[in-house]
Design a protein around this ligand. Sequence first.
Ligand code: PLP
Length: 285
Amino acid sequence: RTVYVNGEYLPEADAKISIFDRGFLMADGVYEVTSVLDGKLLDFAGHSKRLARSLGELDMALPIEMDDLLEVHRELVRLNDINEGMIYLQVTRGAPSDRDFAFPDPDETPSTIVLFTQNKPGLADTPVAKKGIKVISIEDIRWGRRDIKTIQLLYPSMGKMMAKKAGVDDAWMVEDGMVTEGTSNNAYIVKNGKIITRHLGTEILAGITRNAVLRFAEEAQMTVEERSFTIAEAQDADEAFVTSASTFVMPVVEIDGAQVGAGVPGPVAVRLREIYLEESRKAAI
Ligand code: PLP
């Protein structure tokens, strides 16, 4: 693979980051994952906008012009011959000369930027979407600024492992009795034709896919209600699904051992996946 590190395109084996990098020592960084279909980027504008917001919330600078980011993404797609897959981008607060809790002076310590590709042939047509996934619920014990897309992913990783151990695919996190989101996706239920998903706030990440899917749903005259819901309500729903840049719209067919609806992907989730893929492909750049 050819990767991008601080202005250079390099073979992955030659890419180097300092051991003092605050991303490595303190998870002091933010990231974005942009999907590639037909060799083109999905919703690049949405991802760059959220990146700018995450950086702003943490007083971190982007070490490259925002306008040049698109070109770096495109060049990596070209160099690695990606037809379907993802581009991972990470910016950290850089590598000061020693470990210190206080932020370094940004004039002396430029932030670090890294991008790499993940080749995933068959991503859009995955058989998993035809079967749906199963989830368990776990307590949401993450920090309080989940609206910032930071690289602190230890608890979501632990959640994935808890799911694996339970023999299922993913976990939905619950705080004060209400579902926040999945380990790496936004959570939805469908009841009597109405799409219900948690309202935005500091408790969840504003998914780029969520934004697009809700827009497409409204354009297709579907009703959307943005509010929180419980696991019991989800188990009793007609359908459930999750959205993320890398899974698009993914049906959920079981929650904590209880079958959702008929236990197969529901018509709303299937339809939204089709619309999302079709419209995103059309708008890809
Ligand atoms: N929520 C969390 C916690 C995530 O990590 C992600 C994606 O990684 C999402 C939601 C979905 O966001 P997006 O649709 O922008 O991929």
